[in-house]
Design a protein. Structure first.
Length: 75
């Protein structure tokens, strides 16, 4: 049964939607940053069906933290 997505995944979805990215676009961007994500995985995470493995979750958190740092330096 689907659960509420992790806060990390909610943040990832917010980033995706703020940038006008489809799930496919987001997967490509994450893969280009060395984060192994498949379209099915992202869909499952966002729907709350599954959570990312710990190593991927850490990489996603670091990716989002780096984006936040860049945006706060540009403000």
């Amino acid at each position: 049964m689907p659960r509420k997505p992790l806060p990390l995944i909610s943040d990832l979805r917010h980033w995706r939607e703020q940038n006008g990215y489809s799930q496919s676009d987001a997967v490509k961007t994450l893969n280009n940053h060395g984060i192994p994500v498949t379209p099915d995985s992202l869909e499952n995470w966002e729907s709350g069906r599954r959570n990312p493995h710990a190593a991927v979750a850490l990489a996603l958190a670091d990716f989002l933290r780096q984006l936040h740092k860049k945006s706060s330096h540009q403000s």
